[in-house]
Ligand binder design. Structure first.
Ligand code: F6R
Length: 243
């Protein structure tokens, strides 16, 4: 336990293919991997590289289980910003052979708390948690204030996250809430990867990795994970101490 995360810093042009290659290697060692996956802009190029690898026969997800990391609540089925829609469009539905399972979060049912409880059970045995970093330090929708023992749950979204749904991801309306795998499950995954790209994330990445761990920047709790790898491109890593 401690600040011994592996930091992999790559030129922007190589970043996605390097992250994808590492996942291809994991899957070739352990084809039945259980992975939770984020949406957003950061992982898109990685998913494109994985689709290319699968189409070339360099990897298959057909024994893997893909678990959604989080989901907006209050967006209609088919909304382009929905995490299930994006994950299917960018990865799941583009694979030549489907994954063994794709576990989505039921945001359309009458009881989001019950849906969160069911997803907490699905997230109980993750081999690999792949995560993005929010501009306010969130991971999944574990917004500032989140604690390391938080379960998968219905959460109130930070204003910046609600706005991002429309402004950055093209949601047709502002989401009312979110459901996210909680930090307890993310810290309990066998391995965790934090994916971070672009200079606009440089300041928050530095604060998450270098300032004291705490609830103001939930991603900082990941430093307590025994097997954390941070994959940053040179822009995102530009404010980290050298070496
Ligand atoms: C989305 C998610 C979020 C994003 C984060 C970064 O499923 O879990 O935590 O990873 O907001 O988003 P981008 O990659 O769009 O900068």
């Amino acid at each position: 336990m401690g600040d011994d995360a592996r930091r992999v810093v790559l030129p922007a042009a190589d970043w996605a293919s390097a992250v994808a290659a590492e996942l291809v290697a994991r899957l070739s060692d352990r084809p039945a991997l259980r992975i939770c996956l984020p949406t957003g802009e950061t992982p898109g190029p990685v998913y494109a590289a994985l689709v290319a690898a699968a189409c070339d026969g360099r990897v298959s997800f057909d024994r893997a289980t893909l678990v959604m990391l989080d989901a907006w609540v209050g967006l209609p089925p088919g909304d382009p910003a929905r995490c299930d829609v994006r994950l299917r469009a960018e990865l799941v539905d583009r694979l030549p052979r489907p994954p063994a399972a794709f576990i989505a979060i039921d945001v359309d049912g009458p009881d989001p708390d019950a849906a969160a409880d069911r997803h907490d059970a699905a997230a109980a045995r993750l081999d690999l948690a792949i995560l993005g970093l929010g501009p306010n330090g969130h991971v999944g929708f574990n917004e500032p204030g989140s604690r390391p023992d938080d379960p998968t749950r219905l959460v109130r979204l930070a204003a910046s996250s609600r706005e991002a749904a429309v402004a950055r991801y093209g949601a047709t309306r502002v989401p009312t809430a979110g459901i996210t795998i909680g930090l307890r499950r993310l810290l309990g995954a066998e391995e965790a990867w934090l994916l971070v790209t672009g200079e606009r994330k440089a300041s928050i990445l530095r604060r998450c990795l270098e300032d004291p761990v705490g609830p103001d920047r939930p991603a900082s709790w990941l430093r307590r994970h025994p097997r954390l790898t941070v994959f940053a491109d040179e822009g995102a890593a530009s404010l980290l101490p050298r070496g």
